[in-house]
Design a protein around this ligand. Structure first.
Ligand SMILES: Nc1nc2c(ncn2[C@@H]2O[C@H](COP(=O)(O)OP(=O)(O)OP(=O)(O)O)[C@@H](O)[C@H]2O)c(=O)[nH]1
Length: 374
């Protein structure tokens, strides 16, 4: 076996596995000793910060420790989960001060270009900006719409900005929790603005709406017919609709599109009580229109803080957080259940081959789950 190559039995998310395996006297595959020795050596030479060190480092704005903590939050390993929760508990009192902004739009609307321009504009104002992403494709196809390209190059080099690609969900979801908790860590690290980006192609914009204060929809110029085709539901989530690419020969059409959106918005339910959703134009490429958008967000913040809507929404979102975690936990305990896990492939095959119904299969799985709690 190649010493450099990771043996198949080694679970990367669980380096402590070595200690357990060795302690329990489990028979290891041939040559694995070399690998264990090397890993143990590497581990000894690598200082693993404890939770206090992580927490105080994050509060002091240390990027490396922030990145480590986010990795801990994104891990699906059980022992990391506990640690991450303890860390969050320590940092929770220091979170909540940023303005949380969601951005969505169909692929090609110019989200990366917009965040690059808007993020840089905010950094130039002296603000610290964290950019997070929720990518619905990563759990479905294993690929990533938001992660492949080199995105936001200029912003990623800005010392006031921090960009974190979207966490991979794995089969069992958890993106909601991971993004929300990452946001809290970023707030504890002193970021003033959190931008959460998602592709407007499905459920993910609802998830983002549920964790931000202000939600923007980035759209392209288009004729009236295309606007009619736009899902009313998405428009009703937005606090602002921004017609991007309002530059060059496109400018006139962009203004027309904006007027058309304003007309439609008039008939829709606003996303936020007491706030009238407005349409804007901007050019992310030429960094035009950023000022108007930011002053609108500030106006929104002032108004909703005064009316109590801001605080009420955050309370509701915290409640949502609890429920989404309950669902995560339920899924986790079910699919990793000692009785259910080995039974699943067999039952799956039986249903696929037509020898039993899905209902009876699910019933059996739940019987096993309930009869044997661990
Ligand atoms: N003329 C013009 N082109 C733009 C503007 N914003 C973005 N673009 C172009 O539109 C294309 C798509 O932009 P991206 O920022 O990659 O858009 P996106 O597909 O929504 O972004 P991701 O989903 O983040 O990849 C690129 O070729 C950009 O250069 C703009 O304001 N004006």
């Amino acid at each position: 076996m190649n010493k450099e190559k990771k043996p198949e039995w080694f679970d990367e998310a669980n380096p402590e596995q070595f200690a357990t395996v060795v302690k329990k006297g489990v028979e290891l595959p041939q040559d694995s000793h070399q690998f264990v020795k090397k890993q143990t050596f590497q581990k000894r030479n690598f200082h693993e910060p404890n939770l206090e060190e992580l927490a105080s480092g994050i509060l002091a704005g240390n990027r490396t420790l922030l990145a480590r903590a986010i990795t801990l939050i994104e891990s699906n390993a059980e022992q990391h989960f506990q640690k991450a929760q303890e860390l969050l508990q320590m940092l929770l009192p220091h979170s909540g001060k940023a303005i949380r902004i969601g951005i969505t739009g169909v692929p090609g609307a110019g989200k990366s270009t917009f965040i690059e321009a808007f993020g840089t504009y905010l950094c130039d104002l002296g603000l610290r900006v964290a950019v997070l992403a929720i990518d619905p494709s990563s759990s479905i196809s294993g690929g990533s719409i938001l992660g492949d390209k080199t995105r936001m190059e200029q912003l990623s080099r800005n010392p006031r900005a921090y960009i974190r690609p979207s966490p991979s969900a794995g089969k069992l979801g958890g993106v909601h929790r991971k993004t929300r908790e990452t946001m809290l860590l970023c707030e504890a690290a002193g970021f003033d603005v959190i931008l959460i980006e998602t592709v407007g192609v499905g459920q993910s914009e609802v998830i983002v709406r549920e964790m931000v204060d202000f939600f923007m929809l980035l759209v392209l110029t288009g004729a009236g017919d295309e606007l009619q085709g736009m899902k009313k539901g998405i428009m009703e989530l937005a606090d602002a609709i921004i017609v991007n690419k309002a530059d060059g020969p496109n400018k006139k059409l962009a203004l027309k599109t904006k007027a058309e959106y304003s007309r439609i918005l008039h008939f829709l339910q606003p996303a936020t009580k007491g706030w009238e959703t407005k349409a804007f134009t901007c050019s992310a490429l030429y960094e035009e229109g950023m000022n108007d958008i930011w002053s609108t967000i500030k106006e929104f913040e002032n108004n909703t803080k005064k009316s109590g809507v801001f605080a009420e929404r955050r309370r509701m979102q915290t409640k949502e957080w609890i429920y989404s975690m309950i669902v995560d936990q339920l899924q986790f305990s079910f699919f990793y259940h000692q009785g259910v896990k080995p039974l699943l492939p067999k039952i799956e095959n039986e249903v696929i081959s037509g020898s039993r119904t899905a209902t009876s299969a699910v019933e059996e799985l739940f019987r096993v789950f309930h009869d044997n709690k661990h």
